[in-house]
Write a protein that binds this ligand. Structure first.
Ligand code: SF4
Length: 78
């Protein structure tokens, strides 16, 4: 199920980065990212647990990951 309040976008340029996938999996306190077959996977059912901590933004290269607050249209990591 997709998030009602939060969406996460992973740029195509970093989606296949296995190291980043592992970093994101470890960084996110609510398990929104998973490393699967060397790719970054977004765990849709956990999206609304996002606490907007920004750790995933810090773990990724600039513009690699964006967290979108669907309820007000603003974005972390834009
Ligand atoms: S902002 Fe924090 S809680 Fe939200 S997806 Fe990124 S690491 Fe996870």
């Amino acid at each position: 199920m997709a998030g009602m309040f939060i969406a996460v976008e992973v740029d195509e340029s970093v989606r296949g980065d296995a190291e980043l996938a592992t970093r994101l999996e470890q960084a996110c306190p609510v398990d929104i990212y998973a490393e699967r077959d060397g790719r970054v996977e977004v765990v849709e059912e956990n999206l609304d647990e996002c606490v907007l901590c920004g750790l995933c933004i810090d773990a990724a290269p600039a513009g690699g990951v964006r967290v979108i607050k669907l309820y007000d249209g603003s974005t972390l990591g834009a």
